[in-house]
Design a binder for this molecule. Structure first.
Ligand code: GLC
Length: 417
């Protein structure tokens, strides 16, 4: 081979070698998993995340681990933070959250915005998850997120007070209103607290009061279904409760934690809350003012819960998927149930004949749950529900509030997906 040709070949080989993509780094990989405040008993979620490690495939000696990035605030604040971080990560990879914990209502928005990447069903055994929970991670025919924990509303009640009145655990909102009024009138104790503070919990509680009969949108999120007059009648009981005093005035500002505090201190006989509240009550059992029980809500529960998704910005999607598989595997899900005090996402953990009262109460809530509207404009929708309906709790102008909400919903739907 002539010298010039040899030189040309050598340069070409050298160039190919230099330009061939090299492994990102020879170091270990630390994934970031972003979640909201770890409200589990004893920061168990952080523990589960930071105790994970796994060898990196085809990279002898390299290991993937994960760090827990805890975002402050309630779910509305957390959504805004995650969206901002996803946008920042487009310019600054250091901002990337490889794995994100998403409220079940965010899938559509995060998928449409390109913040998360669709999952290959073959990477997960999708048959193991609660079907209702799994469906919340689906959007436009693809699976975007895997259920980590589920949530249904439960009714916590003071057994001793019901015994005194000789009344059963209420089975409808009307019966709950009736018993809560009797508790107030006959025993001088407040009747009920839910989540009526200005945040996503308000939307959940409002939709539960409206019930399955009064949906806001059509199932595909493209049409408005709200009937203002009929919906106003269904929303009447919390308004009356506040006006008549069997819902204490302070309950208007209660979120999940404040509701637990009110129930614990004996201010109310009934509390609507998520399953995690049971762990809180259990650990304070000795100080509680009386015996308590847990039952399904007296109406359909809104389906809550949190799903894990892989961010589009992640440079380690394979490890990110492995972390999700790990966190949703049976031993970790048992830990979620037994140590963290959350409702797990695997069907088999609800099958045992020896379920305790609390896990047994979750089951009917799941099968009878209402799904919040599936739309990438969910943030606009929930803001409208909160801003229109919450003031009506105290002004009593519910029909007008529902009409205004109806107009808002039409505008939201008109913007398209
Ligand atoms: C719980 C639910 C979630 C819901 C939120 C409202 O965390 O799991 O779905 O949006 O409460 O505050």
């Amino acid at each position: 081979m002539p010298a010039v040709a040899r030189l040309f070949l050598a340069t070409a080989i050298l160039l190919t070698q230099t330009c061939r993509p090299q492994p990102a780094t020879a170091e270990d990989v630390t994934l970031t998993l972003a979640d909201g405040l770890d409200t589990s008993a004893g920061a168990q979620i952080e523990h589960l995340v930071s105790s994970w490690s796994q060898p990196i495939r085809d990279s002898p000696g390299r290991t993937a681990t994960a760090r827990f990035r805890e975002l402050p605030g309630g779910s509305d604040t957390m959504r805004a933070a995650l969206a901002a971080q996803a946008q920042d990560a487009r310019d600054d990879p250091a901002e990337c959250n490889d794995v994100v914990m998403l409220d079940v209502v965010w899938t559509a928005e995060f998928a449409e915005s390109g913040y998360i990447t669709p999952l290959d069903a073959a990477d997960f055994d999708l048959t193991r998850y609660l079907p209702q929970a799994l469906a919340t991670g689906r959007y436009k025919g693809r699976q975007w997120a895997i259920p980590f924990r589920t949530d249904v509303g439960l009714l916590y009640y003071r057994k001793d007070l019901l015994d005194k009145l000789g009344r059963p655990v209420p089975r409808s909102w009307a019966e709950l209103a009736d018993t809560a009024r009797a508790v107030k009138e006959q025993l001088g104790v407040g009747g009920y607290v839910g989540q009526h503070a200005l945040y996503e919990g308000f939307t959940v509680n409002a939709m539960e009061a409206l019930g399955r009969a009064h949906p806001l949108l059509s199932p595909d999120g493209r049409g408005v279904r709200l009937d203002p007059e009929a919906a106003a009648r269904a929303f009447d009981w919390p308004v009356r409760g506040l006006a008549e005093g069997w819902i204490p005035a302070s309950a208007v500002d209660a979120g999940e934690e404040a509701a637990i505090a009110m129930f614990k201190s004996g201010e109310v006989a009934f509390m609507r809350n998520w399953p995690y509240a049971q762990r809180r009550l259990e650990s304070a059992r000795a100080d509680l003012p009386g015996e308590y029980g847990v039952a399904p809500l007296p109406g359909a529960s809104v389906l809550g819960g949190w799903n894990l998704a892989v961010s589009s910005c992640s440079r380690h999607p394979e490890e990110a998927r492995a972390l999700i598989r790990h966190l949703t595997a049976k031993p970790q899900q048992e830990h979620v149930r037994d140590k963290a005090g959350f409702a797990p996402s695997l069907t088999e953990l609800y099958r045992s004949p020896n379920l305790n009262q609390y896990t047994a109460a979750i089951r009917p809530g799941l099968s009878n749950s209402i799904t919040r509207p599936v739309t990438p404009r969910y943030a606009d929708l929930t803001r409208a529900v909160q801003q229109r309906l919450r003031p009506a709790l105290t002004t009593g102008e519910v029909v007008n509030a529902m009409r205004l909400l109806h107009t808002d919903l039409l505008a939201i739907v008109a913007k398209g997906p």
